[in-house]
Write a protein that binds this ligand. Structure first.
Ligand code: ATP
Ligand code: MG
Length: 588
């Protein structure tokens, strides 16, 4: 087929849109692929829709090849199944809720675990029906707190979601591994660089979980990786290995000391070194135990004050904490008058713990193991305790992975220093287990005629996000550079000049390419200058550009490679064969 720019529904922009922070957003809007309707809500224009469809097709082919079956659920869903699994409340403000004319509650589906589970329950009843994997490529809705970067994080977006159903854990493992292989094939075909990292299972519970991140400097996800053993994990999922417990028989008894004006760790360390110097070395921030207080709000709207104890040289990483608390949320605690036991700046384990009067649950970093000695708040204005030993002088309610992960931290696998990088989450595979099947009563009869709960996996690919992601990884200062497999056209034929012959020759070449099955974008605009046409062709980013212009007088046209910028002249008679060879990667 051919798209003629004289009539194509397209307007390119010379200026960057004011709200665009990242290159893919800027370029997709400027090159006329998408247009904003409202924050996080975009229209796919003809060129954009072509790319989106091609991404979908790659995903579909690979899912079908894996043996998954495609179906399509509605986006408008009743409240009940989400009420049953608790997600109607857990999602909080992150979903779109609405009512019908009778006042019944509905939501726009953010993901479809409930619906798939119920569909299998509705139709299957025996182990003989399993395993089965179902998928859809469908529009999802999430009222994201920070829609961003155009279609990269939308409030309406296209996702491929699939769900596997098996009678036992081995079946789930198999489906998970198959998805992993399939995702590798999908992302290899899409044309961006990615890494597979260990991930948190998130709001949906479950055990094994990995994310496919496109590597990108301005990605929202930070992951760490080990150059030694290949370990890679989303920062949220990093498990800090607990060091072995220490012997504290020679540790002196805890003692409270006056440390006036030391509400910060830095000031405290100065005072310690000035007034209570150590024999072996200077005091450092890591010798102190800092207690950060947060207010946690649970899905049922109840709240709780929680203290997080961590070595004073580390801050709380909000995303890690958020991931640990999910589906509950947190905010900084500032209502000190309501809990008089908490002396701001001097809070210590003395008053912390769910059983104590203040009723502040106390969770500590895994590095705070039995036998470790700390300088920490004495719960008295202007005082700290020295040599407060975990397991001897205080206890805690549990541990929490909330401290920041730093470059150079030991790899949990092999101990080598970790490195960090950023990425964009493109796909997520995880083992849901029996949570949804249990909540919604999905059971089948096993070989012995006994009812067993089905175990599930859930797997997503950001289809619309992939368009932005490929654009993010494939552009230069002049515009987009599509990988062939998802370009909106195979060839962009640019006819320049006033000569009618040029347009006739361009039309001939276009027909020849069309006949060979190629999709051609033709710039056949008569009143537009060559300069503007060249700029547009670079902005739009079709990988092969064919210029039919001045050279025609000498019987040649130019074939240009958008990525390298290199061009070569070929005789007009053999142009079609040369272009086909170029596009197909063969020689003419
Ligand atoms: P994120 O952490 O980026 O918010 P998520 O973990 O909430 O994503 P999943 O529920 O795992 O996302 O959804 C599966 C896939 O759908 C993600 O891997 C991502 O590629 C895509 N996706 C999720 N949210 C959006 C969004 N708001 N806009 C576009 N794509 C999205
Ligand atoms: Mg995810």
């Amino acid at each position: 087929m051919a798209m003629r720019m004289s009539s194509l529904f397209l307007r390119t922009l010379r200026e960057d849109p004011a709200d665009a922070e990242v290159p893919s957003h800027r370029l997709l809007v400027r090159a006329g692929y998408v247009r904003r309707v409202s924050p996080g809500i975009y229209t796919w224009l003809p060129l954009g829709l072509k790319v989106l469809r091609r991404v979908e097709e790659i995903v579909r082919q690979e899912m079908d090849a894996m043996g998954a079956q495609e179906l399509l659920f509605p986006a408008l869903l009743p409240r009940e199944p989400f009420e049953t699994t608790g997600r109607w409340t857990e999602y909080g403000p992150n979903i779109f809720r609405l009512q019908d004319r009778k006042g019944a509650d509905y939501l726009l589906g953010p993901t479809h675990e409930e619906l798939f589970t119920l569909a299998v329950k509705d139709m299957y009843s025996s182990y003989k029906d399993l395993p089965v994997t179902l998928y859809q490529i469908q529009t999802k809705y999430r009222d994201e707190a920070r829609p961003r970067a155009g279609v990269l994080r939308g409030r309406e977006f296209v996702m491929k979601d699939s769900y596997s159903f098996a009678v036992d854990d081995a079946g789930l493992d198999k489906a998970y591994d198959q998805h992993r292989e399939t995702y590798i094939r999908i992302f290899d075909r899409l044309g961006f660089h990615y890494v597979i990292v260990a991930a948190m299972a998130g709001a949906m519970g479950g055990s094994k979980s990995e994310e496919f991140l496109a590597t990108a400097e301005n990605g929202e996800d930070t992951y760490v990786h080990c150059p030694q053993c290949g370990y890679a994990a989303n920062v949220e999922a990093v498990r800090v290995p607990a060091p072995p417990a220490l012997d504290f028989t020679t540790t002196p008894a805890a003692r409270a000391e006056d440390t006036p004006d030391t509400p910060t760790i830095a000031k405290l360390v100065d005072v310690l070194n000035a007034r209570f110097p150590r024999d072996d070395r200077a005091w450092a921030a890591g010798d102190t135990l800092k207690n950060v207080i947060v207010k946690v709000t649970h899905p049922d709207a109840s709240t709780e004050v929680v203290a997080i104890g961590l070595p004073g040289d580390r801050d709380v990483d909000e995303k890690r904490l958020e991931a640990q608390l999910e589906p509950s949320t947190f905010e900084v605690f500032d209502d000190f008058p309501s809990v008089p036991q908490l002396v701001k700046g001097y809070i210590g384990p003395g008053v912390l713990g769910a059983e104590k009067d203040a009723k502040v649950r106390y969770l500590v970093d895994p590095r705070v193991v039995d036998g470790t000695a700390w300088v920490t708040g004495a719960d008295v204005q202007g005082q700290h305790v020295l040599s407060l030993v975990m397991g001897r002088d205080f206890t805690v309610d549990g541990t929490i992975e909330a401290a920041e992960v730093r470059v150079g931290d030991a790899c949990p696998n092999c101990g080598h220093a970790l490195e960090a990088a950023r990425g964009i989450e493109m796909g997520h595979i995880f083992q849901l287990g029996r949570k949804y099947a249990e909540a919604l009563g999905l059971k089948v009869l096993d070989e012995n005629g006994k009812l067993v709960t089905v175990t599930m996996g859930s797997y997503g690919v950001g289809v619309s996000r992939a368009v932005a992601c490929v654009a993010e990884g494939n552009h230069d200062e002049r515009g987009l550079i599509w990988p062939r497999q998802i370009s909106p056209a195979d060839v962009h034929v640019v006819a320049t000049g006033k000569d009618e012959e040029v347009y006739l020759a361009a039309e001939d070449i276009t027909r020849g390419l069309e006949a060979a099955g190629l999709v051609v974008l033709v710039d056949d605009r008569r009143k537009v200058s060559p300069g503007v046409k060249f700029k547009d062709s670079e902005l739009i980013g079709v990988p092969t550009i064919v210029v039919v212009g001045r050279g025609l007088a000498e019987g040649v046209v130019e074939i240009k490679d958008r990525r390298s910028g290199e061009g070569r002249s070929v005789p007009v008679e053999s142009a079609v064969a040369e272009i086909l060879a170029e596009v197909r990667g063969t020689s003419a």
